[in-house]
Design a protein around this ligand. Structure first.
Ligand code: PLP
Ligand code: COI
Length: 339
């Protein structure tokens, strides 16, 4: 696409040519349909609109130096969407249907896959929602599954430039036995007040603490948290965070690079002991954290004092992104080539 400036794309929506859709009615999914419309016709009483009966996913397609388009661990996104569907009692999208939709929507929008080395990628957004009408609070009997794509630049401005984060004690994103482990819209609605408070105060995003005790780190806005110290990659274990596929992958990469890894509760005080910290996710990739501010406790935790990302963080970043775009062999078996 000669008129897209790939290098300066924001993480935002850009119209592409096609999306794919399927409707679940009378107990079965329709054949996948291709649409060129960016709009949906939706019932005014759809449960997705009123009661947040919806879930979504986020993954990326990467253009390699060899001109091949790569998908990263789509099976994990398919699995997570099955979990989210069960979490808010929706019809299930099988891994096979998920795969078919991904491959089709990418093939149809090939020209929107950003070139190798541009820093941009094709973001893929599967969406599932209750499209059947109900007024009482109960699961719909009809569902719609849509997958659209859009080329995106980095989620946090300036790519791997370290960002500042603010700890939020005023608002919770998810309760311990709530829906925090699912990728459902309600969690993101619940996170808006904290994100806006962080933005208004001049921070990139917010760090949520566990809702029950406010003692432990949960996650960083739409990304998981990790800290590194003594050659160990540490990341929170919590019942209210999304199980990040990027984080799962970084744990394996860290081990392959000879680091130890720990998935356990991480107390707020422990922030003072890390050599490096970061946020990780599909959109965020790895965003190194320069500073974490805890306004209520009058505390500031600082990393990368020279303004540069830490060496261990960069090692992980380089390995992950090299696998994703095919610069390094896929020794973990994470890549699917889109033919
Ligand atoms: N946490 C939240 C709340 C998210 O929305 C995301 C994004 O999907 C992540 C973490 C990172 O997950 P993943 O690495 O699977 O994209
Ligand atoms: C992702 O990392 O893929 C996300 O979905 C994060 C956010 C844009 C919701």
């Amino acid at each position: 696409m000669e008129n897209i400036d790939w290098g300066s794309l924001p993480f935002g929506y850009l119209k592409t040519d096609f999306n794919v859709r399927s409707v679940y009615k009378n107990g079965k999914w329709s054949k996948l349909e291709v649409s060129s419309s960016e709009y949906i016709d939706i019932h005014i009483a759809a449960t997705g609109l009123h009661y947040g009966q919806e879930a979504f996913e986020g993954l990326k397609a990467y253009m390699g130096k060899d001109g091949k388009i790569r998908l990263f661990r789509w099976e994990e996104n398919a699995k997570r969407m099955l979990g989210s569907a069960e979490g808010v009692k929706m019809a299930q999208v099988s891994a096979e249907m998920f795969r078919e939709a991904l491959l089709k929507v990418i093939q149809l929008n090939k020209k929107f896959v950003p070139p190798y080395g541009s820093g941009a990628t094709l973001y893929i957004r599967p969406l599932l929602y209750g499209s059947g009408a109900e007024v009482g609070v109960k699961p719909a009997s009809e569902y719609t599954f849509i997958v659209f794509v859009t080329p995106v630049g980095p989620y946090f401005k300036d790519g791997v430039k370290p960002v500042n984060m603010m700890i939020c004690r005023d608002f919770d994103r998810a309760a311990p036995l709530g829906t925090g482990i699912y990728k459902v819209g309600g969690n993101y609605a619940a996170s808006m007040r904290a994100i806006m408070a962080a933005h208004t105060a001049g921070y990139s995003n917010t760090i949520f603490l566990d809702a029950k005790e406010k003692k432990y780190i949960d996650e960083c806005g739409p990304a998981n948290f990790f800290g590194i110290k003594n050659n160990t990659y540490v990341t929170p274990k919590s019942e209210s965070i999304l199980n990040s596929i990027t984080n799962m992958s970084l744990i394996e990469i860290a081990q392959s690079l000879g680091m130890k890894t720990e998935r356990r509760q991480v107390s707020v005080e422990e922030l003072g002991t890390f050599e490096e910290t970061g946020a990780c996710g599909t959109a965020a990739v790895i965003s190194p954290i320069a500073k974490i501010v805890d306004p209520e406790k009058n505390k500031i935790y600082e990393y990368c004092k020279d303004g540069k990302p830490g060496a261990e963080t960069m090692k992980l970043y380089k390995k992950l992104t090299a696998i994703q775009c095919g610069d390094e062999p896929d020794t973990f078996g994470w890549i699917t080539i889109v033919e």
